[in-house]
Ligand binder design. Sequence first.
Ligand code: ADP
Length: 276
Amino acid sequence: MPGTPALELRSVRRTYGLGPSATVALDDVHLAVRPGRFVSLIGPSGCGKSTLLRLVAGLERPDHGDVRVHGVAPATACAAKMIGLVPQSPALLPWMSVLRNVTLPQKINPGAAGRRERIPGSSGRQTAPDAPYLRELLVKAGLGEVMHKLPAQLSGGMRQRVAIVRAFGLRPDVLVMDEPFSALDEFTRESLQNQLLALWDELKTTVLFVTHSVAEAVRLSDTVVVMAPGPGRIVETIEIELPRPRGERLLGERRFHEYEDLVRDRLRRAWHDGAA
Ligand code: ADP
């Protein structure tokens, strides 16, 4: 439906445990993300980033408030394969080639396309991509030479790239990424950011991305959401008004560093709030 946000959280509260020892992982969280936006969550450990991702992915439900993905409950969106997930480690099947790892999700759950068609807020990317399309995505992501190899024959950066192609290959309406580059060295990380931006630019998927890196958040995002703990909450939403495409040259520019300083300043405050 036109105007429906890709993601919407209203007055969301999530508590773990009961009584005086209960932890308020998220309190009074409001967030609306328009389709096609790239949004990063950043904040100190324990501020509720993973909880927020789990709520959006339909793995948990809030105690209070409402979470919607293209206007429907996350569980419904999940069943229709509207949500893709890239975890911290790539979780590839070790006995299958790169290509089979990427094409496998298309083959299972064939009913998802039909369910997706019936959801008016879905982007209408119902048609499951075919193998040639997925091969093309692998080539674009620099994996053309290794598509018949097993995951164990690849470097860590390449394996994570496969996981990203697999997630984009399902053409989800919303892609949830939980610190996908945290285990990689700086150089590999930058190269994966390039690949991710290229795929995102082409497919215009809505992305919700968790990171601890300020530079990564600024480079990738349209919006950086700064969170604080005790209770977990959103303290600031910063729009990154830098032009795209955001090539590596931008990383040396003053306006890029100004955004980095702004996010770092807000994070410092969030950290002090949590520690107070
Ligand atoms: P982040 O991802 O920002 O580090 P989390 O969402 O993991 O934060 O956690 C937010 C808070 O909720 C923390 O205080 C954490 O200890 C608590 N928490 C998260 N999951 C659980 C759980 N399953 N049971 C109890 N407490 C939890």
